[in-house]
Ligand binder design. Structure first.
Ligand SMILES: [Zn+2]
Length: 126
């Protein structure tokens, strides 16, 4: 039995899903798009605050997941099918599914450990 196999991995099977990556992914999912319909002059088109923020968080998530610069976008704003380059769409879908799973697992975990209201009502009203 030889324990040293020096065959390099051609392609890392999964990205590293960190807690921070899940944070970013969840935050991105909560952003609302309020873009107005695009004007005919596409160069005048401006992104809404939600989209702006999405791309900011996306850049961080890209770093966090250790995605290569050409793996862009690393997750999709809408559906992975329309993410961008068809070559990456499968990877993007897999990545989003993993992040989704991680987020859901964390939600159920925090739900179970929750004992009491998150914030006393007196703090939300004044
Ligand atoms: Zn928008």
């Amino acid at each position: 039995m030889s324990g040293t196999r020096r065959t390099p991995i051609a392609r890392p099977p999964v990205a590293q899903i960190t807690a921070r990556a899940v944070d970013l992914f969840v935050a991105m999912g909560k952003l609302r798009c309020t873009c107005p319909p695009p004007p005919p002059e596409y160069w005048k088109r401006k992104m809404c605050a939600g989209c702006d923020r999405w791309y900011e968080l996306h850049a961080e998530l890209n770093d966090e997941l250790g995605c290569k610069p050409w793996e862009w976008p690393c997750v999709a704003r809408q559906s992975p099918k329309r993410a961008g380059s068809p070559a990456w769409n499968e990877d993007i879908a897999a990545r989003m599914a993993m992040l989704d799973d991680a987020a859901r697992a964390r939600r159920t975990a925090s739900h179970r450990s929750k004992s009491g209201p998150p914030m006393p009502p007196s703090l939300t009203r004044r």
